[in-house]
Structure formats: structure tokens, C-alpha cells
Design a protein. Structure first.
Length: 318
């Protein structure tokens, strides 16, 4: 499992990142007369998230330290880091000389976001990892995030997210692209350059000249006075809808499917045999494609698909 060189919680400024620089023989690097910068960026970014001067704690023994600000740890994720040393004559070298520091900013429980289909505690129980063993927490949490697109590729949105989308007018109803949806926050249609904000009504008889009705899991109907229906204003991209897609709670079958999918990939990374009963006889032989299929780069056993079948998204609607 991946082990990070340094881990800090989202929004925290402690602990400090500290390191002692040594050469290939293990001898401390003398930093007398030098300055040190700490540079950090995400795995996909082209520019640094941090490029700031670090503190030389003890020049003779090569000890340095960097104090994060809460703003610098505001975004959870995995990062690469390095130290850039400039000596008195203007020459520079980088520590580590090969590769990068691996840094994890773990999500906190205060900042919005970080929803998961399964909890870390559920994953540990499924993998028979003691609850007080935190050595794998970062990797297991990342696995829980990695399988979300795979699950939702089959089911549609499970975790709630905000969507803002434009639709063509001319019909009485619009089917939302991301279903299921739990609520619609705003609907507007344009009559030429004029925006008309529509009011949501729960009962057709409460309709007005500018109103709509939402029907789960994803239909928005244009309502008019006296319980009538109207067409959304004709034309391409005439209607803007803001809504929340996803579910209020994760169904038990989706939870079980997610745990089994994580188990498959955890066992593969650990190079340990599968427990019997997870996929037929537990085999993941590449010569047995009937046991599952690849989705978004993940091997998805048939048993996972079967568990997700009651929640599977369909193209048909109403």
C-alpha cells in the first residue's frame, strides 16, 4: 500500500514538515550560507501550489523545516514535493535528488465535500484490518474515491452533486441528464434577451404563467395557470436548470457492491489470495473473462454488477 512521506489534515498548520538532508554516504549536508525553498504541486497541475522559503533549523547538520498555513492545506489530495537549495554562489540542487516527496492532505470533516459510498470503518471491517491500524488509511480512502466513478457508471449518481445545465426549449417536459435527482434549485427560460425565473410548484393547480413542477427521479414539467402544461420557450439552449443529483442515502446493495469491488483491488495490490465466495471460486484468472469485465480501467466482477442491478440506470424514463 502507498505510504506517504508526510501527511497533514485539511486546513491544519501543524505538524511541520521537517527533514535532515544527507548525501549518498549518509553524511549531513552543510547548509551554511544557503537558502532553501519548499515546492509542492498536485500530480496533475502544471504550476506549484506552494513555492515558499523554508526554515533552516540547523545549518551544520542539514536540518530544515516548513510550516504550512491553513490556506496552503485547504485543498485535500495527493501532492509531490521537493526542496530546492541555493548556495552562497547561486548554485542550486534539489532534495531528493531522485523522485519526489509524497505528501497527503487528508480531508477533514468540516469542509464541504469528501462524500463516500462506503466509510473507512466499513472498508477495514471487510478487509479484516484492525480499526486501530491506521497505516493503510490514506490508500483505503483513495480507493473509496477511485471506485465512485466505476459504481456510478453503472448506477448513475449516488453521491450528491450540484449540476447546472442548459436544455433546448419547445417541449412540455425536460428529462435531466444526471438521474436520479433529489431536488431542483432553479429553472430559468429566455424569451429573447429576457430571463424569466420560474417558480416551483408541488401541485399543478398552483401553476402560474411562469412555474414548473419537479418529479423525481428527473423530470421537470413546465406548468401554466389552472393546472395546465405549457412548452418551454422554443429554441436551442433556452432553458437553464440548477439541480442536485444523487441519493439521500446509499442503498445497501450499492454499499455491498462497493466493498466487494474495493476488496478485489486491495487483494490485487497486496498480492494475496482472494477469499472464497467473492467471485465464484475466488479466481481472477485473466483467462476467465466470464467472471467480470473492465470498466474505466477497473476489473468489475459479475457479482458486483449483479448487486448493482436494482440500482442500474436506464436510458428509458417514465
Amino acid at each position: 500500500m502507498a505510504q506517504f512521506d508526510f501527511t497533514i489534515r485539511q486546513g491544519d498548520s501543524l505538524p511541520y514538515l521537517t527533514q535532515t538532508f544527507t548525501d549518498s554516504t549518509g553524511t549531513p549536508v552543510d547548509l551554511t550560507g544557503c537558502t532553501v525553498h519548499f515546492v509542492m504541486r498536485t500530480l496533475t497541475a502544471s504550476t506549484p501550489a506552494i513555492n515558499a522559503e523554508a526554515e533552516i533549523v540547523d545549518a551544520a547538520t542539514g536540518q530544515v523545516s516548513f510550516a504550512f498555513s491553513s490556506e496552503q492545506t485547504a485543498t485535500a489530495g495527493e501532492y509531490m514535493g521537493s526542496w530546492i537549495v541555493t548556495n552562497g554562489s547561486g548554485g542550486t540542487f534539489t532534495i531528493p535528488t531522485q523522485g519526489y516527496l509524497t505528501i497527503s492532505i487528508e480531508e477533514n470533516l468540516v469542509t464541504a465535500g469528501g462524500s463516500q459510498i462506503v466509510s473507512l470503518a466499513e472498508i477495514k471491517e471487510a478487509l479484516n484490518i484492525p480499526s486501530d491500524d491506521r497505516s493503510h488509511d490514506s490508500r483505503l480512502t483513495q480507493m473509496a474515491l477511485d471506485i465512485v466513478p466505476v459504481i456510478e457508471h453503472i448506477t448513475g449518481p449516488i453521491l450528491q452533486r450540484s449540476c447546472t445545465e442548459w436544455y433546448d426549449g419547445g417541449s412540455q417536459s425536460i428529462i435531466l441528464r444526471n438521474r436520479p435527482a433529489v431536488s431542483v434549485e432553479a429553472v430559468s427560460e429566455w424569451w429573447g434577451p429576457i430571463e424569466h425565473v420560474l417558480t416551483q410548484v408541488d401541485n399543478p393547480t398552483a401553476g402560474t404563467m411562469f412555474s414548473f413542477q419537479f418529479e423525481a427521479p428527473g423530470r421537470v414539467t413546465r406548468r401554466g395557470p389552472g393546472g395546465s402544461t405549457m412548452c418551454f420557450e422554443y429554441g436551442p439552449q433556452q432553458v437553464r436548470i440548477e439541480y442536485t443529483a444523487g441519493l439521500e442515502t446509499v442503498p445497501p446493495n450499492v454499499t455491498e457492491a462497493a466493498l466487494q469491488l474495493i476488496r478485489v483491488h486491495y487483494d490485487r495490490t497486496q498480492a494475496r489470495p482472494m477469499l472464497r465466495g467473492w467471485i465464484g471460486d475466488g479466481s481472477l484468472d485473466d483467462n476467465e473473462p466470464s467472471n467480470g469485465s473492465m470498466i474505466l480501467g477497473f476489473f468489475v466482477p459479475n457479482v458486483v454488477r449483479e448487486l448493482l442491478q436494482p440500482s442500474q440506470k436506464t436510458q428509458a424514463f417514465f
